[in-house]
Ligand binder design. Structure first.
Ligand code: LHQ
Length: 261
């Protein structure tokens, strides 16, 4: 298969940043079976590769992802949507939600339906100012899936999540930013510098600390203070035993010794 036809392009930008590009631009990167399987495989490989510290997920062309490829699933009388979700979407969403490395959604254009769910499952979301986030489920008589209900209610609360799903035409990037659904909005032409600066800085940070910070925050949901104090202390012991911490501490003490003369 020609690399231009591959549904997910894997670009190693060295310095620990790997970019996965959903590559079906003619349909605004509509999600078909092949793309979802390729994405899961690429995520698995990147998770196992020690050189990869940060994964950037983005779309080719003018969109991030338009969600499920509606052409692929229409016209098949035997299509079983529940099975389809379990088989193709759930592994990707679970993988992203529990990913051991930092993930950044580079939202270069519209994110709709399950495409928005993919964005929501990433750790950081940076969007181009022209982006629209459109849940799109109700328009075709469906309910939020692929983790959308989970991520939206946690981020926006019940009422905000409902408003988002019922919105006529989705939210602009500015609205999504104001509501806390995404982290940053970049003016036209500024998305790449924004993503690059965050990705490179975090790729140079302690991979152990990043993995544990993610675990800490994921587990904080639904826990009380006592439980979190216990968990923090355990995770801190693991972070403190890492090479990155040992080197950073030695560097600090060296600098201090020199400064003190
Ligand atoms: C598409 C798609 C698309 C195929 C644009 N499929 N071709 C999970 C599992 C199983 C079943 C169902 O659902 C789910 C969860 C979901 O994801 S449900 C939500 C599915 N997505 C949608 O309903 C969004 C449908 N698309 C749109 O509403 C618009 O295309 C958006 C708002 C995304 C973008 O609008 P425009 O910027 O005006 O672009 P466009 O509509 O002109 O689209 C460009 C091309 O992409 C066009 O093809 P063409 O050959 O005419 O140039 C579209 O047909 C194609 N396309 N979305 N989901």
């Amino acid at each position: 298969m020609d690399s231009r036809e591959h549904p997910v392009l894997v670009q190693d930008q060295t310095q620990g940043v790997l970019t996965l590009t959903m590559n079906r631009p003619h349909s605004l990167n509509a999600l078909n079976r092949e793309l979802l399987e390729s994405l899961r495989e690429a995520l698995d490989q990147a998770a196992a590769d020690d050189h990869v510290r940060v994964v950037v997920l983005t779309g080719a062309g003018r969109g991030f992802s338009s969600g499920q490829d509606l052409v692929e699933v229409s016209g098949d009388p035997d299509f079983d949507i529940e099975k389809h979700l379990r088989r193709y979407y759930h592994p990707v969403i679970r993988r992203l939600a529990e990913y051991p490395k930092l993930t950044i959604a580079r939202v270069n254009g519209v994110a709709a339906g399950a495409g928005a769910s993919l964005m929501l499952a990433c750790d950081l979301k940076f969007a181009d100012a022209r982006t629209k986030i459109h849940m799109a489920f109700l328009q075709i008589g469906l309910v939020p899936d692929s983790g959308a209900s989970y991520f939206l209610t946690r981020t926006l609360g019940q009422s905000g999540a409902l408003e988002m799903v019922l919105a006529d035409d989705g939210w602009t990037a500015e609205e999504a930013l104001r509501r806390g659904l995404i982290n940053r909005v970049a003016e036209t032409g500024m998305l790449d510098p924004l993503v690059r600066s965050w990705a490179q800085r975090l790729a140079a940070a302690s991979p152990v600390a990043l993995r544990l910070i993610k675990e800490e925050f994921r587990k904080a949901e639904g826990k009380n203070l006592d439980e979190m104090l216990t968990l923090e202390a355990r995770l801190q012991a693991e972070a403190a035993a890492s090479e990155a911490h040992r080197i950073a501490l030695a560097t600090f003490l060296n600098r201090k010794r020199k400064a003190d003369g």
